[in-house]
Design a protein around this ligand. Structure first.
Ligand code: FNR
Ligand code: LAC
Length: 374
């Protein structure tokens, strides 16, 4: 690769979607494509955004919106925005400080940060960096290793380092088919921050195959009890897409559910998450907190998800690209932009607190061709 280019002019970024081109200029194609891409024909990836954008809002006027406060709580812990940072692997692809930079920006902004099992930096180091920068809750995302002892150790370390929930990702029993990575021959990185001995059992495949090569495909509902026994931390299950699975999760005592299709990176042709959210919210019926990710890039996306019953959302790729565009400052800029959008949109919609968002704030949904109620 050529010399790293100087930090992009972050002031050019006016919305979350502006960071990708800024990051692209500072990143190789294989790394960019790993972040940007999805599985197979990337149908689900496109649907996530398209479905969110079909919703229209129904404002109430003459409400005093002089003071709008977008803060809320995730599993009882205060956060400044109803939007957190999704767990994403290998952030050294975007910036040398990797997760240290992202976690610092999140903590300084009071935004929840979720660290991936496959982080480039060790979970303890990330915790320390975050604590120096500010205060916000952090969660640890778990991929269960075939050698369970390795996962048990990770959970204990996460609890000791102040992570306040374990996010069990359940949509990665095997790797999705990422054809961009295959085409680019994206090699597996040697940067497993959380493991002294590489967790990878396959070391000559492309990246997703390497990860799929160590996750435990036997993982099943009964293992939730195993996980619960490892620490006192609440469990959040990420990757639920049906009312039936949401019901199972609640029966197993989970505290939260993330309605997610992994940003369209695992099984293609899964439905858009916003289309599944109502079914999950109905099944959960207030017994756990429901979150959503996949396709969020606008303040209005956040409001639509909350009006449909989500406690909050998580943002993935736009944050990775903001990190690529300008490291910690890039992520801070992205969080500022998103926060400003959420607050402005709340005021324009006539709400002053995220808890006020209800189904009546949504106008009928447009059909895929732009016509008719959905
Ligand atoms: C991810 N995602 C992910 N999820 C997870 O549970 N553990 C992980 O290590 C990763 N790694 C990862 C890397 C990259 C580059 C991306 C883009 C995504 C999925 C992530 O948490 C989230 O579900 C999606 O990114 C949400 O979709 P958007 O916001 O990217 O559209
Ligand atoms: C990915 C994995 C690491 O989506 O979750 O690339």
């Amino acid at each position: 690769m050529s010399e790293p280019s100087p930090p992009s002019d972050l002031a050019q970024a006016r919305r979350l979607d502006d960071f990708e081109s800024l990051a692209r200029a500072r990143m190789g194609r294989p790394e960019h494509d790993y972040i940007a891409g999805g599985a197979d024909d990337e149908l689900t990836m496109a649907d996530n955004r398209a479905a969110l954008r079909r919703w229209r809002l129904r404002p109430r006027v003459l409400v005093d919106v002089k003071t709008v406060d977008a803060s809320t709580s995730f599993l009882g812990q205060p956060v400044s925005l109803p939007a957190g940072i999704a767990p994403m692997a290998f952030q050294h692809f975007a910036d040398a400080d990797a997760e240290l930079a992202t976690a610092r920006a999140a903590a300084a902004a009071g935004v929840l940060f979720c660290l991936s099992t496959m982080s480039s930096r060790a979970l303890e180091e990330v915790a320390e960096a975050a604590d120096e920068a500010g205060s916000a809750p952090r969660w640890f995302q778990l991929y269960v290793h075939r050698d369970r002892r390795r996962s048990e150790e990770l959970v204990r370390r996460a609890a000791a380092a102040g992570y306040s929930a374990i996010v069990l990702t359940v949509d990665f029993p095997v790797a999705g088919n990422r054809e961009r990575d295959l085409r680019n021959g994206l090699p597996y990185p040697q940067a497993f921050g959380n493991f002294e001995v590489s967790p990878a059992e396959v070391t000559d495949g492309v990246l997703a195959a390497v990860i799929g090569g160590f996750t435990d495909a036997t993982l099943s509902w009964d293992d939730i009890d195993w996980l619960r026994g490892l620490s006192d931390l609440p469990i959040v299950i990420k990757g639920i897409l049906s009312g039936e699975d949401a019901e199972q999760a609640v029966e197993r005592g989970v505290a939260g559910i993330v309605v997610s299709n992994h940003g369209g990176r695992q099984l293609d042709r899964l439905p858009a998450t916003i289309d599944v959210l109502p079914e999950v919210v109905q099944a959960v019926d207030g017994r756990a907190e429901v979150y959503l990710d996949s396709g969020i890039s606008r303040g209005t996306d956040v409001l639509v998800a909350l009006a449909l019953g989500a406690r909050g959302v998580f943002v993935g790729r736009p944050i990775f690209f903001a990190l690529g565009a300008g490291g910690e400052q890039g992520v801070s800029r992205a969080l500022d932009l998103l926060g400003a959008e959420v607050r402005r949109d709340m005021a324009l919609l006539g709400v002053t607190d995220p808890a006020q968002l209800v189904r009546e704030h949504l106008w009928r949904r447009q059909g895929p061709d732009g016509s008719g109620p959905g």
